[in-house]
Design a protein around this ligand. Structure first.
Ligand SMILES: *Cc1c(COP(=O)(O)O)cnc(C)c1O
Length: 372
């Protein structure tokens, strides 16, 4: 799927996009243009469909300008009231970040931490909710992009529902590629952004929220620009955005969502990423690399490989040489094990992954490091 001079981005986002998606940005829109108001409405509808629900039902979609972290911060501060308490499930940097948001925003919170290589312990979750009656909300990171681990979303949602706890899902790196039906789970909110598995460009995030929950959230946020309730009511009333909309980013997302539908929606997108991941795993293992996670908990999104112990290996040089060959990989983010990551998501197919693995093999030969 190479179509440009820029390297293929084997990263968790921004990632490689289709030329049609980039081309969709080649005009200007006024924020009050009818065409742009329609575009906003269409994107909101399409995002609801990806989450398995329809417009006019129990859920609504609220887009928000900014990086993924902005929508997480908006969802936490808008949906968890000042007298609420959020339990954050942590097994990587994104869970940690959600806890930090609570601390800065002055929201009561607790953390249930697991090793970065272990999925959320649902027995421990069950106990934590039974023991602390103050907990009103729960946040899970569906795919923890730090390691690439898949957390047990359905089981967690069932436990939250049994305890009457409101569930917020950070589905940033899984939305559009891994099945998620917000009504069936059930969850009160799912948040994600344009530039991961939907293959849009960066600059906008969104929350799919239970309308009744959003209705009761007025005044919670404590900030102006990250107030989801205010963003929603303004958009419902006028069809327009509060503050300057990311017009071109939204046009790209509209095209990216049309392509997502044409590919067979979540099932089609997920199947392509699964093949990408299989080719990557098989090829890298044939070269001698070891994965950090067991295959049973590995999501087909991004793979963490252990760094070679050979002193001839150096990440910066490895990265630069791969980049020269047209592939951008990603540094590791684990707190303990030295590692690097290769993403399987974006406008990439199995042949791209095979070429990436071949490039890794060639760079290994050039650098002369061995894997034992
Ligand atoms: C990418 C990501 C985010 C948000 O990241 P930004 O860099 O702010 O866009 C949050 N959670 C997860 C799980 C992610 O993968």
């Amino acid at each position: 799927m190479t179509d440009q001079n820029s390297p293929l981005l084997l990263t968790p986002g921004p990632l490689t996009t289709a030329p049609e998606t980039r081309d969709a940005m080649l005009r200007d829109w006024g924020s009050r243009d009818t065409a742009f108001i329609e575009l906003t409405a269409r994107v909101r509808r399409r995002l609801l469909a990806v989450a398995g629900v329809e417009e006019g039902g129990d859920f609504t979609c609220v887009p928000l300008q900014g990086a993924g972290t902005f929508i997480i911060e908006a969802a936490i501060t808008s949906l968890v009231p000042t007298d609420g308490k959020l339990l954050v499930l942590v097994n990587g940097a994104y869970g940690e970040r959600a806890a930090k948001i609570c601390a800065l925003a002055g929201r009561a919170h607790a953390v249930l931490a697991d090793e970065e290589s272990a999925p959320t312990d649902t027995d421990a979750l069950e106990r934590a909710l039974a023991e602390d009656a103050d907990i009103t909300h729960l946040l899970i990171v569906h795919c923890e992009t730090t390691s690439g681990i898949l957390n047990p979303l359905e089981e967690t949602a069932a436990i939250a529902a049994a305890h009457g706890t409101s569930l917020i899902v950070d589905a940033m790196s899984s939305f559009g590629a891994l099945p998620l039906d917000i009504a069936a789970l059930p969850a009160d909110a799912v948040v994600a952004s344009a530039n991961k598995c939907l293959e849009g460009v960066p600059g906008v995030g969104f929350a799919i929220v239970r309308t009744s929950v959003l209705e009761g959230s007025a005044g919670n946020a404590g900030t102006l620009s990250l107030d989801l309730h205010d963003q929603w009511t303004y958009m419902e009333k006028s069809g327009q955005w509060r503050f300057t909309p990311p017009t071109h980013v939204l046009a790209a997302l509209d095209e990216a969502l049309a392509r997502h539908e044409a590919e067979g929606s979540v099932a089609g997108r997920g199947a392509r990423y699964r093949r990408n991941c299989d080719v990557l795993l098989e090829g890298m293992r044939a070269l001698g690399f070891e994965t950090y996670l067991g295959d049973n908990v590995q999501a087909p999104i991004i793979v963490t490989f252990k760094e070679p112990a050979d002193p001839k290996y150096d990440f910066e040089e490895f990265y630069r040489r791969l980049h020269d060959r047209g592939f951008a990989i990603y540094p590791g983010k684990l707190t303990k094990a030295p590692s690097f990551r290769i993403g399987c998501i974006g406008h990439l197919d199995a042949s791209d992954m095979a070429r990436a693995v071949a490039a890794v093999g060639a760079v290994m030969d050039e650098m002369g490091f061995r894997l034992t």
